[in-house]
Write a protein that binds this ligand. Sequence first.
Ligand code: ADP
Length: 632
Amino acid sequence: MAKHQFQTEAKQILQLMIHSLYSNKEIFLRELVSNSSDALDKLNMLVLTDEKYKSVTFAPRVDIIADKEAKTLTLKDSGIGMNEEDLMNNLGTIAKSGTKAFLENLSGDQKKDSQLIGQFGVGFYASFMVADSVEVITKKAGEDQAFKWTSKGDGEFDVEKCERDGHGTTITMHLKEDEEEFYETHRITSIIEKYSNHIPFAIFMDKETHIPAETDDDGKETKPSSTEINNEQINKANALWTIAKSEIKKDEYNEFYKSISHDSQDPMLTIHNRAEGTLEYTTLFYVPAKAPMDMYRVDYQPGIKLYINRVFVTDDDKDLMPTYLRFLKGVIDSSDLPMNVSREILQNNKVLTKIKNTSVKKVLSELAKMAKKDSEKYDAFHDEFGNVLKEGLYNNFDNSNKESILELLRFNTLQSDKKVGIAEFAEKADQDKKEIYFITGKSTLGMLKSSPALERFKSRNIDVLVLNEEVDTIIFPTVTEYKEYKFVNVTDAKFEESEEEKKVEEEKSKEFTDITDEFKKALGDKVKKVELTFDLTDSPVCLKEDKEDPSYMMAQMMKQMGQGGDAPAPAPIMQINPNHELIKKLKESSDVNLVDDAAFVLFDQAKLYDGQELDDTAEFITKLNRIMTKAL
Ligand code: ADP
């Protein structure tokens, strides 16, 4: 016998299982049945596709045996089984990124943590919620040696050789003192009906049937009552997605979702679709109520299982759905796909590509329907997944769906205090210019709304999309249009001026040359030039990127290639507002030192407004204090 240590993460999970989880223990059975179902799925495919498994018989079944005397509950499957190496890798470590993400999110607060754990699958280790010790006897299909794995969940496990008839896995749980309920057949059957009715394989259990006493015509007992034990199938074992929509109850959809996602909450949306005709396939997609914990990890677990004619092929293919829909859970099953090919070939398969494309369109249109029907529910969806959905807009990533994705997003705007859709926003835009203005910045919504760059929009009563999430600063510069409307960054927007206005501005410009020259002299290379602007109302100054500057274009290109970090930003143009009190007063001032200090302070102020860092904070404070002293 060889003793082994659990990997640290596995130990942590076990500790939680044993000490912190009091509610909803019954899910251990769902997790174990789901493992057995996966093991049967794997063997099914190998037997059909791999020469090596030709001689292996595939006789799928799961048996549950409750033994009150021995105080054990046993789960037995005729699936792929595990060899020694598999045992070491699978039942001693935790490989799933979701689990790792879960552990990183632990707060140490037992109550909160046990709620968290309900949100995702804990798999095999859940058996330790109800058992003091667990024994796994398993033999891999096509191999001769069986192995026994045992553990008390205390940080160690043993692996040794043993005997087992045929391939598959038998898990025996020695139940804890107060878990008697799990010996009861009716308790087990009701859990199976709830969570595992629609796994595609049959589950059997011994059931006691009460046979009433027989009596003759006088009422005299001729045969006493007795109990008979029958081995019965306790689940329906029909893959849910293969059943007609009209025959599936909402509860059944929800429980199936929970069994494939390991989520404890009902899904937000269920989309079941069967295509018949040139291409035959069925899809069943779910939108979870809450974002999976690993959604923003590179190594996220994809949520779609691919079946070919009810035979499971993979649940680990990130290309089955575009990344911006990676929160979806569900099943794709088609009879028109080749089973006996590698995953790479399957990925380039035209049929699969077509299924994927129609599926994406279907999901997007169902989301649009939900938005129309139930805006509150849709807002909840958008809060959870809006930022992921946005990724679909990046760099013409999915051109054919760009419009639908844009329509599914909800935006903050300058004039509205609740989020609005793009269609509604476009309707209110100037219908001659057909421009949609937007501002991006990694900042609070309030801060971005009071950006000087928006003042000319405020004074003209024009609404602007205010995009203050970090992803927005990456994504929206690549969005060019919505229908016949152009996306225009606020700094690029141009507005017509009347002859009258132009004349006033020309005169003002002459009047203010002294001060613009003085500002430029004071700031030197920090600014490209200093000019007047008539676009500001409340702020004295603002900064503008000079888009004609070759170094600006260079920096943009570098950014697009993902190398923006190192390129120095070209010097901006500083614009001053001649109608602002402060600028007017500075113009009248004869104190050159004061004007120079003011130039610096105003420049830094504008930088702060744009969310930039100051080059020299100490210098800023010194100059500011000097100005204040003079003012006092
Ligand atoms: P998950 O099933 O989510 O991967 P688990 O901790 O439940 O996580 O199981 C870890 C691994 O152990 C599985 O991925 C599988 O390879 C293996 N395993 C568990 N139960 C069985 C079983 N009944 N038959 C074969 N392999 C199993």
